[in-house]
Design a protein around this ligand. Structure first.
Ligand code: DAH
Length: 342
């Protein structure tokens, strides 16, 4: 039996040296340690060995078993390291003769329009503010005069986190923080991504962009609002744009309006795009509600202001003639590049 053990030791050593892949090592393991493996068989034969010798042989076989186990584990580890190194080496090799891709990236149409608007407003003395996407219930609703049980909340269902915070439904959620940060007088715009629990179709998305603006000072009136909006829109569309105001209800403004612009397609004559009215709905706005000013730490007796919530995604759709809002979020370069290669 002793000879058998020695012979196994030797054959194992040789086979191990030849086992250069993980599969080969696994085969070897089964051949020696598996249910019908050579070492296992040897242990079974032990029952036929007599007395004292049995104990000694048992020790030898167990020693062999441990050695085989250890050496196999070592070999597995060695092969794994080698394979990893080979992978890294392969990744580092690149072919300098490959031709450079002709395709260069371009800005998303929303980014382009956002930057254009930022430049226009900056030239009129507005600060550009960034704001987070996860906000508190207070920031999104309470601070802009939408208390807990207000029906206006029904129109702005969104995604709630377990900690009670939520994905902002409108850029108005930043109003309070910005008023507190700067106090009055104040001119700021704050573009941002907004979210709503919406079923999507060609005109609705659960993720879209708005650009909010506020101007607060002594004696600010609706005329100031109209002037700024007209100037901004005429610059965006590179032509004189007529606007009109219709009453609209938003809890954070009083009075509130819907601002329409003269139809870009027919110039106001009436066409299918504007449902023959000559007007397109573009930007809700109004005079900031005293409660909102108060919540922002600004005295409504001393200051007044206007606010607007421009649908940035909507504006982009109008400017570039995008028919389906989902194209803008698709990440489909073919669809997006047609708007940016001017
Ligand atoms: N936050 C409103 C919405 O998303 C839009 C809005 C309306 C913003 C009127 C304003 C405003 O600043 O004055 O539906």
């Amino acid at each position: 039996m002793n000879e058998k053990i020695q012979a196994l030791k030797q054959s194992f050593q040789q086979e191990l040296e030849n086992a250069k892949s993980s599969e080969a090592v696994e085969k070897l393991r089964v051949a020696y340690l598996g249910k019908k493996g050579a070492v296992t068989e040897l242990l079974k034969e032990l029952k036929d060995v007599a007395g004292e010798q049995k104990k000694e042989m048992g020790q030898h076989i167990n020693q062999l078993k441990r050695q085989v186990e250890e050496k196999i584990a070592e070999q597995v580890e060695k092969i794994r390291a080698e394979e990893e190194e080979a992978q890294i080496a392969a990744a580092e090799q690149y072919d300098v003769t490959l031709p450079v891709s002709e395709e260069v990236g371009s800005y998303h149409p929303i980014t382009l329009v956002q930057r254009e608007l930022e430049e226009i407003f900056a030239s009129m003395g507005f600060t550009i503010e960034d704001f987070k996407e996860i906000v508190t219930d207070y920031e999104c609703f309470e601070a802009v005069n939408i208390p807990k049980d207000h029906p206006a909340r029904d129109m702005q269902d969104t995604y709630y986190l377990e900690n009670g915070q939520l994905l902002k439904t409108h850029t108005s959620a930043a109003q309070n923080a910005i008023m507190r940060k700067y106090g009055a007088p104040l001119r700021a715009i704050f573009p941002g991504r907004c979210f709503r629990n919406e079923a999507t179709d060609a005109c609705h998305e659960n993720t879209f962009f708005q650009m909010e603006g506020i101007m607060i000072d002594k004696n600010i009136s609706i005329s100031n609002l109209i002037y700024f909006m007209k100037t901004m829109l005429s610059q965006v569309f590179q032509r004189d744009i007529n606007v009109r105001l219709r009453p609209g209800f938003f809890p954070f403004v009083e009075p509130g309006f819907e601002m329409d612009i003269s139809c870009l397609i027919c110039g106001g004559e009436g066409c299918p795009s504007c449902k023959n009215s000559g007007w397109l709905e573009l930007c809700p706005c109004g005079m900031i509600h005293p409660n909102v000013l108060k919540a922002g730490g600004i005295d409504p007796e001393e200051y007044t202001g206007f606010a607007f919530g421009l649908g940035l995604t909507r504006l982009v759709m109008m400017k570039y003639g995008v028919k389906d809002i989902r194209d803008l979020n698709s990440g489909n370069l073919k669809a997006l590049s047609q708007f940016t290669h001017e």
